[in-house]
Design a protein around this ligand. Sequence first.
Ligand SMILES: Cc1ncc(COP(=O)(O)O)c(C=O)c1O
Length: 416
Amino acid sequence: MQENLSEILDSLRDKFENIDTCPFQGERVFFENAGGALTLKSVSEASKRYAAIPDNQGRANPASAELVNIIAKARADLRVFFNCEDGQIVFGESGTELLFRLISAACLGSQSGKVLGSSFEHPATRSACIRWAKIAGHEYINIPHNSETGSVTADDYAKYLTPDTRVATVLHTSPVTGMGVDLHEIIKTIREVAPQCFIIVDGIQHAAHGRIGIDSYDIDGYVISPYKVFSRHGYGVAWISERLTILPHDCLVGGPEGNWELGTRDTGAYATMSKVIDYFEWLGGHFIDSSDQRERIVAAGNAIHDHEKSLTEAMIFGTGNLPGLADYPDITILGGAENPAREGLVSFWKDGFDSAELVQALSEHGIRVHIRRDDHYSGTILTPLGRKDCIRVSMCHYNSVHEVARFLSAIKVITG
Ligand SMILES: Cc1ncc(COP(=O)(O)O)c(C=O)c1O
């Protein structure tokens, strides 16, 4: 058994496409995982294979039977990955589209009351809540998040909860601050005041960091975007509870009861999702002596968490003789240097330095990061801090401390 993930980093990195080379830029360190994680080689192979198959499901021929098996396997794999016994798995167009669909059904399916969300959330959730609360005759309530910690807590929710809260939304991990929330505490707090409320969770940034356990959350919806968890673009995945499933929703008149999937879906989407879950299982098998799929997935999540912590600590506090971001007096780290809620991501700015120029300079050193601006994506996080922008460095478990060192050397050279 391996002790930690760095012991198998080479074989693990070999499973990903474009791990250290961009087909358009050449050699580079990829620290833009919150914009879209690297794709597994098994995913691109499965995409190609199923894209070439013309057959449809539900026909009496071997190709059709195989497609049905692939879809059933992906649903079964996702139940283990999510750890959910009941409810259903829905494949949709994207994370944003699924959040809109779940939230609209929950808003329209509830008697008039309140819809509660927070400024911590991605605009996909906030926009869906604002739009559908109005259409359904609810009041939308925004909980201000804590700018100092870059997160939101159960206590923040408690201040705004009322028994007529019909829909509540929670972001599991922020793609701007990098902080996760205490989902169990937040959900418990919501249920204490509004037990029947529909609770929808955006797990899109969290999924790549492992450790999802829907059965322990007591929620009604959980959404992920496969391109942010080692699969590819073109589809989204949601889990929905049984009571959300039976609410009125878009579907074909006379079609199968409770079906939320619209039209003919791409079998390659299901096949690639299974490849992602196979990967988690393979990874976890290095850390636990068990053939149980769930136990291996959990072990993978724990190893990912520990490795990503070592990466963010190196980035913030330095590695070898290289100073970390916290060692520069004119660098501010969003959410603070010491923050146990951090999941693989560090956002920062440097006084007197233009963030866009710093992103460009890092690119010239072969380091890919991204600027976040006070626009409709990140304004709710940056505006309260009085910031126009910041630099986001988003890492994943396949990154190495060596890559962090390359980043820190580049920062040292650029900022002189
Ligand atoms: C937390 C979060 N929610 C929602 C989205 C939107 O997901 P999609 O691009 O699949 O629509 C993103 C995308 O980065 C995200 O990070």
